[in-house]
Write a protein that binds this ligand. Structure first.
Ligand code: ARG
Length: 464
C-alpha cells in the first residue's frame, strides 16, 4: 500500500493527522472515474507518440479498463495517499509492476491531471443541470398554457397591485430560468477545454499531443497557456456563481409556494409527497421540500464565497490551496440537478386553487390603476390628475360613481359625472379580466399576449 510518490525525496513516518490533513481523498471521490479516463487518454497518447511501447500500454490499459468497469478499488481511497491520483497510480504499479506503472506519469503532473478531472466532472454536472432546466421550463410552459385565463392578483411589495394571470406568473419564472440556462451553457464553453499536457505548469519536453488527449476526453479544445491551465479555477468559480444565481431564482419561487400554500392564502395545494407533517400537531401539512429548496441558495452562496476566496491572492501557478477548493465545488454543484427536478415535480403536480386566485384578484383596490387609466381615456385628463382622483376615492373606501365624483370635485373642482362618467364605465374598469386583457402588448398578461409568449418561449426552448 505504499504511496509511490513519497518514495523519493522525503522520508520520515507521517502521523495520521498529517496524512489525513494533506489528503484530498474525501473530495476526490467525485473525480475517481474522471481520473481513469484521463489516465487512459494520456496512455493512448503516449503509445501513439511512441513515448511508451505497446506492451507497456497494454499492461496498463487492462487494469485501467477493469477499474473503469468495476469501479476504483477501495484501497485506492486510503488516506495514506495524498490523493486519488497517487492512490490509482500506486495500485496500478502494484498490479502491472513498476516497469509499466512507473511510466504512466511520463509527461504529466498531478497538477494538470487534477485540473482535467475537475473540468470533466464539472462538465458532466453542467450537462445534467441543463437537461433539468429544460425539463423545468417545459413544465412551466405546459402549466402556463393550462392557466392562460386564470386571473390572480399580481403583487408588488407583497401587496395586491394589479390583476394578472397564473400563466404570466409561471412564464416569468420560465424566462428567468431560461437566462440561467444560457449562463450555464456559456460557461460550458469555457469549462470544456483540456488542461492536460500542461504538466506541472511549463508543459513537458516529451513529444506529447495535447490535441489528441483533448479529443479523446471530449473537450472542445485545449487551455492554451500551460501555466493558466494548472492555476486557473475561475471556471469553477463561474459555475458556482451561475448556480448560485439559479438557486436564488429557485428560492424565490419556493418562497411563493410556501406563502401560496399557507391557509391565509390557499393559492396552491402541493402534492403530499413534497410535504411533511408534525410529530406533535397531527393536522400539519408543511411544505418542507419548498423550504429546504429555499435555503439551498444560501448554502451554495457559502460554497461559492469559500471557493473564490481560496483563490484570491494566490500567485502563479499551482498552489496546494487549490486542493481545498474542491470540496466546496463538489458540495456546491452536485445536487443542483436534483433541486431543479424537485421544483419541476412540485409544479407539475401542484393543484392551483384558481377560484381563490380569482376571488383575490380584484381585492385591495388592485384594479385602481385601470380606473385611473379609464378616466384618462374618457376625459383626456393627465394621468397624475386621474391618479389623485382615484387615490382620494380609495381613501374614502369605495370606488362607486358618487365617491369618484366627490373625489374628482375635491381634486379638480369639476364633476366627472357631469362630463359623462357612469357606473358602467367604472364597473368595466373594476373587472380584473378587463384589466388583464387590455394589457395585450408583448410579454403582458392578456390572453393574446400569453399565446404569443408561449409560442416564443417554446421556440427558445427548442433552440436551447
Ligand atoms: N490533490 C491535489 C489537488 O487536488 C492534486 C495536485 C497535487 N499537486 C501537488 N503539486 N501537490 O490539488
Amino acid at each position: 500500500m505504499k504511496d509511490v510518490i513519497r518514495q523519493g525525496r522525503l522520508g520520515g513516518e507521517r502521523t495520521h493527522d498529517i496524512e489525513s490533513f494533506l489528503s484530498s481523498m474525501e473530495a476526490d471521490r467525485f473525480i475517481a472515474e474522471p481520473d481513469l479516463l484521463v489516465d487512459m487518454a494520456h496512455l493512448l497518447m503516449l503509445v501513439r507518440q511512441k513515448i511508451v511501447t505497446e506492451e507497456i500500454a497494454s499492461a496498463l490499459m487492462k487494469p485501467l479498463l477493469r477499474m473503469y468497469q468495476e469501479g476504483v478499488p477501495t484501497d485506492a481511497f486510503d488516506e495514506q495517499y495524498e490523493d486519488i491520483h497517487a492512490g490509482i497510480e500506486s495500485g496500478l504499479t502494484r498490479e502491472a509492476g513498476s516497469e509499466a506503472g512507473g511510466r504512466l506519469h511520463i509527461g504529466r503532473s498531478r497538477n494538470d491531471e487534477v485540473a482535467t478531472c475537475i473540468r470533466i466532472k464539472t462538465r458532466s454536472e453542467i450537462f445534467d443541470q441543463l437537461h433539468a432546466l429544460i425539463r423545468l421550463r417545459r413544465v412551466l410552459i405546459t402549466r402556463a398554457r393550462e392557466f392562460r385565463d386564470t386571473i390572480m392578483p399580481g403583487f408588488t411589495h407583497l401587496q395586491h397591485a394589479q390583476p394578472t394571470t397564473l400563466a404570466h406568473h409561471l412564464l416569468a419564472y420560465e424566462q428567468a430560468f431560461g437566462r440561467d440556462f444560457s449562463r450555464l451553457s456559456d460557461s460550458l464553453a469555457r469549462v470544456n477545454l483540456s488542461p492536460l499536457g500542461a504538466a506541472a505548469f511549463a508543459s513537458t519536453g516529451y513529444p506529447i499531443d495535447r490535441k489528441m488527449t483533448a479529443d479523446l476526453l471530449g473537450f472542445d479544445g485545449i487551455v492554451l497557456n500551460t501555466m493558466d491551465a494548472v492555476a486557473g479555477r475561475d471556471t469553477a468559480g463561474e459555475i458556482l456563481a451561475a448556480d448560485t444565481i439559479l438557486l436564488t431564482t429557485l428560492s424565490r419561487f419556493c418562497e411563493e409556494l410556501v406563502i401560496w400554500s399557507s391557509a391565509f392564502v390557499r393559492f396552491v395545494d402541493l402534492n403530499e409527497i413534497y410535504c411533511s407533517t408534525s410529530s406533535i400537531m397531527p393536522q400539519k401539512k408543511n411544505p418542507d421540500v419548498a423550504e429546504i429548496l429555499r435555503s439551498r441558495a444560501g448554502s451554495l452562496l457559502g460554497e461559492f464565497v469559500s471557493a473564490i476566496t481560496i483563490t484570491k491572492g494566490l500567485p502563479m501557478s499551482y498552489n496546494r490551496d487549490l486542493q481545498d477548493l474542491n470540496p466546496h465545488l463538489w458540495r456546491g454543484i452536485t445536487g443542483i440537478r436534483r433541486d431543479i427536478d424537485l421544483l419541476a415535480g412540485m409544479i407539475r403536480t401542484a393543484r392551483f386553487e384558481t377560484e381563490r386566485m380569482a376571488e383575490e384578484a380584484g381585492k385591495g383596490f388592485s384594479t385602481a390603476t385601470e380606473v385611473a387609466d379609464q378616466l384618462v381615456r374618457e376625459f383626456d385628463i393627465p394621468f397624475r390628475t386621474a391618479h389623485h382622483i382615484v387615490g382620494h376615492a380609495v381613501r374614502k373606501g369605495t370606488m362607486d360613481l358618487n365617491t369618484l365624483d366627490e373625489a374628482a370635485i375635491e381634486v379638480t373642482g369639476v364633476s366627472l359625472s357631469s362630463r359623462g362618467l357612469t357606473q358602467i364605465i367604472i364597473d368595466t374598469a373594476l373587472d380584473p379580466a378587463v384589466g388583464v386583457n387590455i394589457r395585450r402588448w408583448p410579454g403582458g398578461p392578456a390572453h393574446s399576449a400569453t399565446e404569443q409568449a408561449i409560442i416564443e418561449r417554446e421556440r427558445v426552448l427548442a433552440d436551447d
